[in-house]
Design a protein around this ligand. Structure first.
Ligand SMILES: Cc1ncc(COP(=O)(O)O)c(C=O)c1O
Length: 396
């Protein structure tokens, strides 16, 4: 029976990255996949993670399964990182959490729980959103509806459109929100706008489902979680899927966590039991290695401080690159690129047509998505002039 299945096309993003790797042009530039790269074009291992790993290798005496909810240090540390150490909801035991295989695994567990609680739920997603959201969440059988989000002409959030659309979200629906550093557009909500979303959620009874995969890479660890924390203060319930891929550099270790803000501690415990059962029917147990490293970093003040410093340096570098890119692009094209400075995290749309991105790829070996989404962290001092010149040539 297997012979009846056809070959499927490669993932569009990973396919472009593979094409870039195969490109013999020594000047090629890869701005495709969302991984942090340093000035040398390397995706580095954090020093704090390396130290935690050395200690773990020395001290680990067993590879037996972790408890089904994951490593306790990891869960405690991540709850505080996301909700804030002084969170009232945490103090009241209203947040339960389950370690998961990456942010993707956490999104899937969140969707599984939502499907059990509200089988007819619609999931409202921003237009555009990260394309992986659809298969990941849709495969549990939930339907999608889009809300307006990115306004290409103004390079900002169409907040009036978003609110108008979300007025149709009902009690029992989920509204998927990017906690910070929106992927793919980099345009984030202001704190005031998060407040409006909280009011809407309160009034209409929809459940916010927050995907936070870039905490610390926009304006810093606390500022990037401020919107989510505002919702947590005002709302009885929320689902959060957090990832340690980017902000701890644990991509391949598949380290993430599903967190559930519940009405009371008893309900939080009930939801955790549901989440464990959901995980059991998909993959059983959470991966250990990345979570043990992250747990060690978050539980040891010296390691945590070192990690925060490294992350802060990355964040500053990305924001410096945004600044530099605006200057270079404006100088080579004579156009306004100031929006790149206002956007957050690793991504921005350059505002190019698909044809222009094809020319960039084929004539200059500058690889970005057809939507002109770039990974800002793929820019460095050695390639920024080349990229800005190539962009100027294709839009001339
Ligand atoms: C918006 C968004 N959510 C979630 C993730 C989850 O990443 P991972 O499963 O690698 O932790 C990513 C990764 O690129 C992402 O961009």
């Amino acid at each position: 029976m297997l012979h009846t299945l056809e070959r499927l096309p490669d993932d569009p993003i990973l396919g472009l990255a593979a094409a870039c790797r195969a490109d013999p042009n020594p000047d090629k530039v890869d701005l495709t996949v969302g991984i942090y790269m340093d000035e040398d074009g390397v995706c580095p291992v954090f020093g704090a993670i390396r130290d935690a790993q050395r200690a773990l290798v020395e001290e680990e005496t067993s590879k037996a399964y972790l408890p089904p909810a994951g490593d306790p240090d990891f869960n405690t540390g991540m709850r505080a990182l996301v909700f804030g150490g002084d969170s009232g909801a945490l103090a009241d035991g209203r947040v339960s959490s389950l370690a998961a295989p990456g942010g993707c695994g956490a999104l899937r567990i969140g969707a599984e729980i939502a499907r059990v609680a509200s089988p007819e739920a619609k999931v409202w997603v921003s237009d555009p959103t990260w394309p992986v959201h659809m298969p990941l969440i849709g495969s549990v059988g939930l339907e999608f509806e889009k809300y307006r989000y990115y306004d290409a002409p103004s390079h900002g959030v169409d907040f009036d459109g978003m609110v108008e659309d979300l007025k149709r979200a009902k009690s029992g629906d989920l509204v998927l929100l990017h906690g910070c550093c929106h992927n793919p557009c980099g345009a984030d909500l202001t704190l005031e706008q998060w407040g409006v979303i909280a009011e809407l959620a309160e009034r209409q009874g929809f459940l916010p489902f927050i995907d936070i995969a870039y905490q610390g890479l926009g304006d810093g660890l606390e500022a990037d979680a401020a919107g989510l924390r505002l919702l947590a203060e005002r709302l009885p319930e929320m689902i959060v899927a957090a990832s340690c891929s980017k902000n701890m550099g644990l991509y391949r270790e598949r380290t993430g966590i599903a967190q559930f803000l519940c009405r009371d501690a008893g309900n939080a415990e009930a939801i955790l039991s549901q989440a464990k059962v959901a995980a059991r029917r998909i993959y059983s147990m959470p991966p250990a290695h990345g979570a043990l490293l992250a747990g060690r970093v978050l539980a040891a003040p010296a390691l945590e401080a070192a990690w925060r410093d490294e992350l802060h340096t990355m964040c500053l570098r990305i924001n410096g690159l945004r600044e530099a890119l605006v200057e270079k692009l404006e100088a080579t094209t004579g156009r306004d690129f100031a929006f790149i400075r206002r956007e957050k995290g690793m991504f921005s749309f350059l505002g190019l047509s698909e044809e222009q991105t094809r020319r960039l790829r084929e004539e200059y070996s500058v690889y970005m998505l057809g939507s002109s989404r770039i990974n800002v962290a793929g820019i460095n001092a050695a390639n920024i002039d080349y990229v800005a010149d190539a962009v100027a040539r294709v839009i001339a």
